[in-house]
Design a binder for this molecule. Sequence first.
Ligand code: 13P
Length: 290
Amino acid sequence: MLVFATEMINKAHAGHYAIGQFNINNMEWIKAILTAAEEMKSPVILGVSEGAGKYMCGFDNVVGMVKHIHDYLKITVPVALHLDHGTYEGAKACLEAGFTSIMFDGSHFPFEENLEKSKELIALAHSTGRSIECEVGGIGGSEDGVTSSGELADPKECATIAGLGVDFLAAGIGNIHGVYPENWAGLNFDRLSEIQTATNGKPLVLHGGTGIPTEQIKKAISLGVSKINVNTELQLQFAAATRKYVEEGKDLDIGKKGFDPRKLLKPGFEAMVEITKAKIKEFGSDGKAF
Ligand code: 13P
């Protein structure tokens, strides 16, 4: 059974570790992330952007696929299915489809509008026990068409949204989606501390989890980050392993049927299991499933 994300995140916040949200794209991604979490005895969040939802033929299909794969693999660790950077309409559609957790990203609206919509969606999610994440201050870069220049979130605005009863809060602290540029200034820990104080210890979410150095990850967790989102990293690992297989000409081996998709996709799948396990270890959620 899929679970709401509130309990796992609150436990992580109290225990000073973070839960990984790994974004999914298809069956290989779902299987790889669930396999890694089960092996590491870690709770996990499967993230779905609206673009990935469309790619997987709609939110109902995503819910069905995740539930069936979860049961087929006999997964015992807590797993939440979470909408990533949801629109107002998308958030409602995911609640209807059976997601156990949603994110509403109203950071591009004027703050009053973000506040009003967040308030409504928090009440709606909580009416059926589901967890909800909201966002203040854009995360830099672009993910599935959601683009922002990456501001530092205003602690006062964070406090206002936290006061609405949101379960966990995404706040811009210099983090960027995708690969970090060479001249990236790093995370702004002063702002992170201010936000943690202003929100009275609300669990915070660090987006753009690909490529952040381990010391910065550890420091962010020590300052109140309890959920870290990773998307690009699995895509890079999958692509590199698949490239290697093809460059070695293995897909051309007719005798061994190297072109069989189950063989062609296997190195990429295995690379995703390994990187997910490594991230879980880095975030400190290994062994925290029960
Ligand atoms: P990356 O793609 O940079 O890992 O960011 C993922 C993310 O923040 C999803 O919301």
